[in-house]
Ligand binder design. Structure first.
Ligand code: IYR
Length: 233
């Protein structure tokens, strides 16, 4: 692993050194236009499980990961690693292990209440996207910082930080014209092993990326309307 990754403790213990922040203020009319357009575009995002084999421009994926890595994080510790899995044999291993776990889950481990919640989504233990989508990102959360000498430092609000980063990743991919799925095989321990990640990292999500297949279908879902998700006090 590169020094850049392992020694990334940019601010720990440093004094507060403020720098000016003076972004150009957006005109409210433009804000309204942009917000409405963004709302419309984001409402078009769908979780996709059937991908075309067509390649996607890899730079778009790199840019989306770079966008995700701008997320706010606890104590600015940026506790994330995005593994772009290119090796087809490694992807085959991930699919095999994930489908093995999912088989047990769908055969009963999840319990009837959970299975009933999933029924309208049409999911099952078969995960072709793990090998067939043109790109696969596995997101790891760094539960703590691990120095090369084995020194450890606590990371704060890791789940929240990585969750925000993944939300930004999904938004960036969608707004760049790509489709994605957030897949959380459970348990996910096999991913650390297959991808050779260090002990301080824990798999958070598996994200196949690509274009929807020509015959792609999605469940007929509705989103809660704004008054159902927002209260004003
Ligand atoms: N991890 C399983 C099951 C699953 C769980 C939830 I919560 C979902 O929203 C969708 C699926 C799978 O990926 O099939």
């Amino acid at each position: 692993m590169s020094v850049l990754t392992r020694n990334w403790t940019p601010t720990h213990g440093d004094p507060y050194r403020p720098v000016p922040y003076r972004p150009t203020r957006m005109d409210p009319t433009e804000s309204l236009e942009r917000a409405a357009e963004l709302r419309r575009r984001m409402d078009e995002r769908r979780t996709v499980r059937q991908f075309s084999a067509d390649p996607v421009p890899e730079q778009v994926v790199h840019d989306a990961i770079a966008c995700a890595a701008t997320a706010p994080s606890g104590a600015h510790q940026q506790p994330w690693t995005f593994v772009l899995v290119k090796n087809p044999e490694v992807r085959r291993q991930i699919r095999e292990a994930a489908e093995e776990e999912e088989r047990r889950s769908y055969e009963g481990r999840l319990g009837e209440e959970w299975l009933a919640a999933l029924r309208p989504l049409g999911t099952d233990e078969v995960k072709p996207h793990l090998t067939d989508a043109p790109q696969l990102i596995v997101v790891f959360e760094q539960r703590y910082w691990l120095g090369e000498d084995g020194a450890k430092r606590k990371h704060y609000y890791v789940d929240e930080s990585v969750g925000i980063a993944v939300g930004m990743l999904l938004s960036a991919l969608h707004l760049s014209g790509l489709a994605a799925l957030i897949h959380t095989p459970s348990p996910m321990r096999f991913l650390s092993q297959v991808l050779g990640r260090p002990e301080n990292e824990k798999a958070f999500a598996v994200i196949p990326v690509g274009y929807p297949a020509d015959d792609c279908a999605v469940p007929d879902l509705t989103r809660k309307a704004l008054p159902q998700v927002m209260v004003e006090v």
